[in-house]
Design a binder for this molecule. Sequence first.
Ligand SMILES: [Zn+2]
Length: 503
Amino acid sequence: MRHLRDGEAYCHLGTPTGHRARQTPEETINGIVQDAHKLDSSLLAPWQKIDAVNTFLIPRVAFVLRGSAVPKTPLKKADAEIRRLLKKWLHLPLRASNEVLHIPYRQGGANVPRMGDLGDIAVVTHAFRLLTCPDATVSIIAASALEETARKRIGRQPTGRDLATFLSGSLEGEFSRDGGDFASLWSRARNATRRLGKRIGCAWTWTEERRELAVSLQPAPHADSVTVTPRTRTFLERFLKDAVRNKYAGDLRAKPDQGKVFDVTSKWDASNHFMPSGSFTRFADWRFLHRARLNCLPLNGAVRFGHRDKRCRRCGYAAETLPHVLCSCKPHARAWQLRHNAVQDRLVRAIPAAAGQVSVNRTVPGCESQMRPDIVITDEEAKKITIVDVTIPFENRRQAFTDARARKREKYAPLADTLRGRGYDVTVDALIVGTLGAWDPSNESVLRACRVSRRYAKLMRCLMVSDTIRWSRDIYVEHITGHRQYTDPSRRTAAGPDPEGTA
Ligand SMILES: [Zn+2]
């Protein structure tokens, strides 16, 4: 057995251990950053690089954070470096919001936790586990060590409530005294709780009846707080992690500019199906998409400083913004139509014959109305007609989708009334996919009305999302460069290139 002097350490499961030794697992942290750089120079696809960070690098630091007292500075440095690489892989400029990096895949983020957050969560969880350990030897030693630290701080025997106040990081009254305590697990838990308290309402509580400590937290912004008691102790870590992720999502959603699209795209996981795997996504789409969703594309109307000309370079409209380019800049009208048709065709192909007679973009026979709804399904046997219009609006918060749906219903209301007069049961609805791939949750009732099989619906949502993203990317690039990015199928010759095959 080796003898250690004061301050000397040996490595125990990756953690430097010894009396008053510096416990920073620098080797582990540096190793992670070095490996992240190796990933960067590798030939992996960007989504594979992100996945590798999540699968192989972060669990390494998560493990040492549980066992060591890690100061904030090295973690902050490593976080900054990882953040820089993640933004590079997502093709985001440095000014893009950081939140998106820490948001789960299903909401459209990179799903990589901040090591600083993991450190705080690990300390609080570790302290709670010790204090509530089913093994009495462990919990009694932990409780008396905590009491001793709190007693030094407030200068008297602490009550249960005092312990909760102490651990919550209170700096009021007697808790503001300098207790002369050197860094211990308890002082670290106190600091970590204070930091988490500001963001997710994390605090320690004491119940007099049961004489036990618990941790309360706010699972999502504006949500009621939940309390983790010793009986539910194993859930604490997961609750804290989820609350932190929800906090990032809430912060991004609240941003007036960068949060607009996210507000819509984060609602349904199909809108972000490509995040972990890159499925149905070209590299060009990936490079376009994340910048577009955070409104970081270099368009004339998006530049906020200086007095640059904000007019559209193609049609001269007053503000060249992304919604203008993707939805209302006239030179791209044909491409919008093809984008619309791509989504419409997918739905038409998914309607089973049993649903009835399907007509696409035709007037309803025998009606005076000259309206041509995108899809009309007539089931003569059941006397049922379903009218569906496909629309691709820009993701200008939830309201844009609600309005688009209401407009479609209003537009076809007279036609529906005529058909009802003939004894049909009529439903009018819209299938909405945002220009940047947001799937509207209200589309689900449309899929049911069209009797699309559940199994195919799962794939179809992803394909429709990827179709619109691909078209929007092509429209944007043509807008900037002036080079045609697609082949118009109506003008395609037999030997012409296949626009689907450009991946
Ligand atoms: Zn224009």
